[in-house]
Every structure is written in structure tokens, then in C-alpha cells.
Design a protein around this ligand. Sequence first.
Ligand SMILES: [Zn+2]
Length: 379
Amino acid sequence: MQQQRIELLRPQMGTTRALTVRTYGTVGKGPKAYFQAALHADELPGVLVLHHLEKLLADAETKGEILGEVVVVPFANPIGFTQYVDMKPLGRFDMRTGQNFNRHYPDLCDELIVAVKGKLGQNGTENVAIIRTELRRLIKERRASSGPMTDLQDLRFTLAELAIDADLVMDLHCDWEAAMHLYTSDSSWPDAADLNAQIGAGACLIAEESGDNPFDEAFSLPWVVMRREYGEAFPIPMATLATTIELRGEQDVYDHYAAEDAANLFCFLQRRGVIAGDPGPLPVAKCDATPLAGVDRVTATHGGMIVFSTKPGGMVKAGQELGYVLDTETGEKTPFSSRTDGFMYARVGGRLVVPGGLLCSVAGPNVLPGKSGNLLTAR
Ligand SMILES: [Zn+2]
């Protein structure tokens, strides 16, 4: 294992922050997997999962079983780690800019289209290598031409540079109160079916572009665009499987979950040839992929307190009461329900809600009417 400490841009006098990066296996040899946790800095289940996974990786490395390269960033957001208000950690948004830590990753697609012109051939493997060479070059160029940057921009570039040429990009998150679920690209389905089954996800939400460039799409979208632009003339595989794995809810920080999740991710790496050994039979999948545009984000029609009658992790029917919002000043009591049948995979963590505030999310099988724009926040 090689450990690196990457100093981030020093935002102010007397301050330093750094990313720890550990690499197992041999750099540049075999398939590359990239893992990071806590990009939303208050989402800790992934940090514990990587703690367990790294023990398995270290053991595999000792036995010479790592066939490729596994890069682990055990905590991806030292900026967010230091943000506290009213004794609560606030790691989702950068408090100085208000920006979501998991948005605005470099979109290199336009430059990539130009950069590979005239270079692609009839060998898919060689095309992957050509595209990755250009991606590595373009992200350095983008950084160099960005002028003075904030520590947040530096963090985004640094993480993206670490993951840009990986075959597997695994960004570990969690929801407020939730069942295991994941996000990936339309073009990565059914390729991601083994991951979906192995980790026991209850929902697998797919979208080619969900809006505002979240981390995982910075690595899947270049391949989508390359295939769209050049795929008829040249063989271009969907070379990077990038995914955001939501490891249940933010309070679900337990060894029994994390050890099981780490073992499943290790099996997945074996199945993908990153690590030697038999992963055993693939578990039966709990779900098929469903469109991210099929998610109903159930919202409150008025302010008040939320009284849930349903927990995440089960199927619900359209129109079925999932709970109610109560305003004890006016006496208003409004039951809420989903517009679609589907799997209720998450609900909010707080119990006070404002008009239009999110209550819970249900993954339906079909695209909901009028659902467009930013799919990660659209109703
Ligand atoms: Zn998150």
C-alpha cells in the first residue's frame, strides 16, 4: 500500500487541509477502481465501510491477490469536516459559497470531442487508452487555465484527477433515513446489475445526466458523449462504471452493516478482475433499474411537523397514506402520498417541514409526467 498526503490549496493564513490517498496493488497495472467516502462530509457510513474494505485490501495485497489498482480516499472532504453550526456537522454544502460539495465537477466533454478527432481506430481497447490519455491531459489543462481558485475548486480538481482514468468509480454517500440504493448512468445499465445485486440495493436509479455535474457523472458522461459522437464509426465501450452508492441513512454507522458492505464491494472487485479469487454466486437482485425521472419526491403542501406512518425500505402504492403534516396552530392535518407505486427508499431526517419541503422519495418504474431539469432535486 502506498499512502499519499495531498495538501489542498491553503485558503487562508494559518490553515492547512489535506487529502489522504491510499493505493493498493500496482499503479497502471490492470483495472483501476477508485473509492471515496464522505464527499458530503457528514455522511459517515462510507467512511466506516472503507475502513473495513481497506483491511480486506491490505490482506489481499499481502497475498498478492490484487491484480489491478485500488485507490481509496477514506474521507474526501476535509473542508466540510470542519463545518459545524449549533453543534451539528453540516457537510453537504460549502458554507462560504453555498455550493453542494457533490456538484460542479469538471465537464470535459466538449474539449474531449475535439481532442480525439482523427485519433480513434477500430480497436476498442486502444480507443479507451486514447480517450483516457486525453482526459488526463484535459483535466490538467482545465486546472491550469482556471486562474486563482478556491480550496473548494482545488478539492474538486484533486478528486477528479485521482478518478479520471478509473474503470470503476465508487462514490460512497448516504441519505437521511434510507434503504440501500445507488445511482448510475443509463448507459451503465445493465453493466451495473452485478453491483446492484451484490450490495443488495433496493433501488437503482439511472439517468444519463441528472444536472449540475455530480461527481460520478464527471467520469461516466465523457464515455456517453464519446459513444454518441463517434460510436457509429468506432468501437467505444462504456469504459468507466461510475456510481454513487447510498449506504442507507446517516445514522446507520454500524460495524455489522459496514463489514457486510465492505465484503460485498470486495466480491464486486473480484468479479471485475481487480482482485483475484472467487466471489461466489451473485446474490439475487432485490430490484431492477428504474429511471431517476421516475422518482416521486413527495413534498409538503404546508408547514408543520411530519408524522410518518411508513419507513423506508418497502413498496408503497400510489395514493397510499405515508404519513401526515400537522399544523397545531390551524389544526390543519394533511396526509401525504406518492404519485407512483414504487419503492420508498428514503425519507427526511428532520420532522419540521416548510411548505414545499421534501418528505420522502419513492422510486417508481416509469418516468413521471413533467419531470425534467435537475433530476436530483426536481419533484
Ligand atoms: Zn451525499
